[in-house]
Design a protein around this ligand. Structure first.
Ligand code: DCT
Ligand code: MG
Length: 509
């Protein structure tokens, strides 16, 4: 499915819009009735505006001559979000709930594509601070209080208190379905919607509450509306009943099974893990064999008490060889989560030789092997180069030395452990990731490995689009000054980026 083709369609019932003003002129057919455009003349000029209006109408867009309640998209040129809001205030106009403020580049791209293209951060006009009211008085202004919710997750504080679980859960299911179908465009749309809703200090109870919230496009709003009205989304229900989704969800729950293998098994007609496990014609990787062997333990999440017990194991082992090493638990547990699918650690040490640094994880693994605690290990050597520019890819894996492990955690090592002791088994298999980084890169590595993934993606996007910088887990590069910006702490990285510091427990975007 082409994501752009359906970008303007809601998942179900279309709601007729009330219009009290002029309809689009001429005999043009309206092909994209969900979008009602208004093109701002200010700084664009009459001629160019008339030209763009005519062109857009020819392409099937509905363009209003005057601003009215029915307008969903205001398109402006050489205006900031604040400029547009100020203009609206001067006109004494109340912005409608669906109002998108867009740069003309979006319209031009739509014209090129012959249909609405997805609105991204570079198209959306950012409102920085509420514009000063030129004429204070009883007039209504567009809901500035909510319009101030920033567009990037790294500008918002997102704790684990999610008041909008009913919506965010729905969007995460839809996003996961897109991921399984490798539909990147909609995956991003749904993840951004879930992320912004998680940051809200209130629960959405009516569509009015969604006014001015960024990252909620037409499609997303239709789903919210359906959940408000019916308590559930028909689209989510369909996904949860979908064979492909159910199978991919099941297959990818096995450690070592990704989209490629899931696709293969699904095409071969498999629908259950037991059939796959017992099929003689299939071959499994070492990782998948471990995944099946410890399946029950690995799907039951790691608790905080278990994570703390693993923390002790890691400290004991690492400090045997490098007593000066710093060990930080990263990932979800650093963000305050009570459960996780694994336990992540970042290790670094000042004043060590490159050799000592490179040897540490090998020594730690050997020690656990000798103690009979190592159930699976995969050590990836570092490919880190000091002078290499940070990666532009938002989801790129880093180049530090790391190991992906399954450790045997004895119940007795876990504080007030209540795990059922099935068949005399006295331990649980736990997924553990260890990352070793050079001391001077520890702040970047810590920021990157703390997550959440959505928070990291938006940090990088923000650096690129708003600051002309490139950020990854190793470094921050300023493209304007052509220099690497050093940092001793996460706070310094936020300062370089011109962002308020966001605490780890506020990064649950
Ligand atoms: N990370 C990264 N690059 C990747 C994958 C992950 O920088 N390619 C970062 C972001 C989050 C952190 O590492 C830990 O990853 P996970 O363990 O997958 O996520 P989590 O937030 O710890 O979630 P969970 O609780 O499920 O382990
Ligand atoms: Mg984790």
């Amino acid at each position: 499915m082409d994501p752009l083709q359906t970008a303007h369609l809601g998942p179900r019932k279309k709601r007729p819009r009330q219009t009290g003003t002029l309809m689009a002129s001429g005999p043009h057919n309206i092909r994209f009735g969900d979008l009602v455009l208004f093109i701002l003349e200010k700084k664009m000029g009459t001629t160019r505006r008339a030209f763009l209006m005519e062109l857009a109408r020819k392409k099937g867009f509905r363009v209003e001559n005057e601003l009215s309640d029915s307008v969903t998209h205001i398109v402006a040129e050489n205006n900031s979000g604040n400029d547009v809001l100020e203009w609206l205030q001067v006109q004494n106009i109340q912005a409608s709930s669906q109002l998108e403020l867009l740069d003309v580049s979006w319209l031009i791209e739509c014209m090129g594509a012959g249909k609405p293209v997805e609105m991204t951060g570079r198209h959306q006009l950012v409102v920085r601070d509420p514009p000063a009211s030129p004429n204070p008085g009883p007039q209504k202004t567009p809901s500035l209080a909510v319009q101030k919710i920033p567009e990037y997750a790294c500008q918002r504080r997102t704790t684990l208190d999610n008041c909008n679980y009913i919506f965010t859960n729905a969007f995460e299911i839809l996003a996961e379905d897109c991921e399984f179908r490798e539909n990147e465009g909609f995956y991003v749309t749904y993840m951004r919607a879930a992320s912004v809703l998680k940051s809200l200090p209130f629960t959405i109870i009516s569509m009015k509450d969604t006014e001015g919230i960024p990252c909620l496009g037409g499609r997303v709003k239709c789903i919210i509306e359906e959940i408000i009205e019916d308590g559930e989304s028909s689209e989510v229900k369909a996904v949860l009943n979908n064979e492909r989704y159910k199978s991919f969800k099941l297959f990818t729950s096995v450690f070592g099974v990704g989209l490629k293998t899931s696709e293969k098994w699904f095409r071969m007609g498999f629908r259950s893990l037991s059939k796959i496990r017992s099929d003689k014609s299939l071959t499994f990787t070492r990782m998948q064999k471990a995944g099946f062997l410890y399946y029950e333990d690995l799907v039951s999440c790691v608790t905080r008490a278990e994570a703390e017990a693993v923390n002790m194991l890691v400290k004991e082992a690492v400090w045997t060889f490098l007593p000066g090493a710093f060990i930080s638990m990263t990932g979800g547990f650093r963000r305050g989560k009570e459960i996780g699918h694994d336990v992540d650690f970042l290790i670094t040490s000042p004043e060590v030789t490159e050799d000592e640094e490179q040897q540490l994880l090998h020594k730690v693994i050997n020690l656990w092997e000798k103690k009979g605690l190592l159930l699976y290990s995969d050590l990836v050597e570092s490919t880190f180069e000091k002078l290499k520019l940070p990666s532009r890819k938002v989801d790129a894996l880093d180049h530090f030395q790391k190991c992906f492990l399954i450790l045997k955690l004895h119940h007795q090592r876990v504080d007030n452990d209540k795990s059922p002791q099935q068949g005399g088994k006295t331990w649980k298999a736990i997924r553990v990731d260890l990352v070793m980084c050079p001391y001077e890169r520890r702040a970047f590595a810590l920021l990157g490995w703390t997550g959440s993934r959505q928070f990291e993606r938006d940090l990088r996007r923000y650096a690129t689009h708003e600051r002309k910088m490139i950020l990854d887990n190793h470094a921050l590069y300023d493209k304007t000054k052509k220099t690497f910006l050093k940092a001793e702490s996460e706070e310094e990285i936020f300062t370089h980026l011109g962002l308020d510091y966001i605490e780890p427990w506020e990064r649950n975007a």
